[in-house]
Design a protein around this ligand. Structure first.
Ligand code: ASP
Ligand code: MG
Length: 439
């Protein structure tokens, strides 16, 4: 059995949904199909929820009406028969009735999660009605019945496995299952989610839970590219990546795959394929334990980084200094991306400003603290990077005019990271594309 996940743009138009139905019935292998919400829906639900939280109810109502009109039109174009259209509209009415009731009650965090869940609930229901109209036999599996996170928001893979196999076994003889990405239940049994972009994570968890033959992530680009196609003109798809390489790329900004989705596939050794709904025959990218080849494969950039420098003569010849600094970040549950040290100073980067004032205040006890805001990490990823001839020379020669703030090399065999001011990102990616890939 395989897992096939389709993102928001792959289901965002009626004709794209028709295409998905073709793709999932192309071969005979049984499949669990994981769908995102239609593109734009989750963003709009976030807006609606924020509107309610800040008591701008008429604005929220207007957005709900806008969404409803959009979905009603979608049904008209998705389906052919009046019976199917009626059925779909009846389902949608339930979801919009729910949203309209919410307008009248006081806002809470639990309610927020309920609102956000509507996107995937609607997309899967619509798709299911379409499959039914086409006479395609399938079962709609409610993710809320098997996808579960604990009090630390960690997926409970053991439970997921047990519940999912029960559901599959209860439908013996069935070979096509449709389910929602992104949504889950938390430790209190409430509706929750795996964070934005979390449908990839759902797919990978499901693949791990059923020991799938492959986890296919279908998007609108033919695999992971060597550089950001939105920024750099000439980019090429990468044929094969190791899980470690893919994790570095996803974490450091490649938007095609949610970074958390790597570990379940890696741990349970499930191959991941990144494929293109617009060009299903394209080879895409396969992610396996093995890297396939030695050398640099790709680069990615991550924005919104803050660099913090702590300078202290007490660090000179002292031990335990770094531990004390790390403890501050641990206390505020803020993860550190890059770190470099000199004898009297340490610089590190974080990607969340949520607790920045508190962190800075506590760090001041250790020395003078300076921050550089609006930084970008550019990560160059590959296998055994150090074995690439002249790599450091080529890299720095090609960006000799860029004011590099930090360099991280040797942390793993797969990564060289540079910290640069955000305004140099585009230029840096373009220069490196030429200097390193010759493109
Ligand atoms: N619909 C959710 C989002 O937009 C999850 C996903 O698409 O992966 O974040
Ligand atoms: Mg996505």
């Amino acid at each position: 059995m395989k897992v096939m996940k389709f993102g928001g743009t792959s289901v965002g138009k009626p004709e794209r949904m028709h295409g998905v139905a073709k793709l999932i019935t192309r071969d005979n292998e049984s499949a669990i199909v994981v769908l995102s919400a239609l593109s734009g829906t989750t963003n709009l639900l976030v807006n609606i929820s924020e509107g309610l939280a800040s008591n701008e109810r008429s604005d929220a109502r207007q957005k709900i009406d806008q969404l409803e009109a959009q979905y009603m039109q979608f049904v008209e174009d998705l389906l052919q028969t009046d019976v199917a259209k009626e059925k779909a509209k009846k389902y949608l009415a339930e979801h919009f009735e729910f949203l309209n009731i919410i307008l009248k009650i006081s806002f809470s965090e639990a309610l927020n999660k309920d609102i956000l869940a509507q996107g995937e609930l609607m997309s899967t229901r619509l798709f299911s009605v379409y499959l039914e109209e086409q006479g395609i036999n399938h079962v709609l599996l409610p993710a809320l019945e098997f996808m579960q996170i604990d009090a630390y928001e960690e997926p409970q893979i053991g439970n997921i496995k047990v519940k999912l196999s029960q559901l599959i076994n209860a439908n013996s003889g069935q070979t096509l299952f449709i389910t929602q990405g992104y949504i889950c239940r938390n430790s209190k049994g409430e509706v929750d989610n795996l964070k934005r972009g979390g449908s990839d994570y759902s797919a990978s968890l499901i693949a791990a839970a059923i020991n799938a033959s492959v986890c296919e992530i279908w998007t609108d680009i033919d695999g992971m590219h060597n550089n950001d196609p939105r920024v750099v003109e000439k980019t090429i798809p990468i044929e094969q990546l190791s899980f470690d390489e893919a994790a570095e790329l996803a974490y450091f900004g490649a938007k095609i795959l949610h970074p958390a989705s790597i570990w379940p596939a890696q741990h349970f050794n499930i191959p991941v394929k990144l494929l293109n709904t617009m060009d299903p025959e394209a080879r895409g990218t396969i992610i396996l334990q093995e890297a396939g080849s030695v050398g640099i494969k790709a680069m990615a950039a991550k924005d919104g980084i803050v660099a913090i420098k702590i300078k202290s003569s007490r660090m000179l010849l002292a031990y335990g200094f770094l531990r004390k600094i790390f403890e501050v970040f641990e206390k505020y549950r803020t993860s550190i991306d890059m770190i470099t040290t000199s004898e009297v100073a340490v610089s590190l980067t974080i990607d969340s400003k949520q607790f920045l004032p508190e962190i800075l205040k506590e760090l001041e006890a250790f020395g003078s603290v300076e921050i550089d805001d609006n930084q970008t990490i550019v990560s160059i990823v590959g296998n055994e990077i150090a074995k690439t001839p002249d790599i450091m020379k080529r890299l720095f020669d090609s960006i000799s005019n860029i004011p590099v703030r930090m360099v991280s090399y040797g942390g793993s065999k797969h990564n060289i990271s540079l910290l640069i001011p955000a305004e140099y990102k585009v230029q840096t990616l373009q220069l490196l594309n030429k200097g390193v890939f010759g493109l």
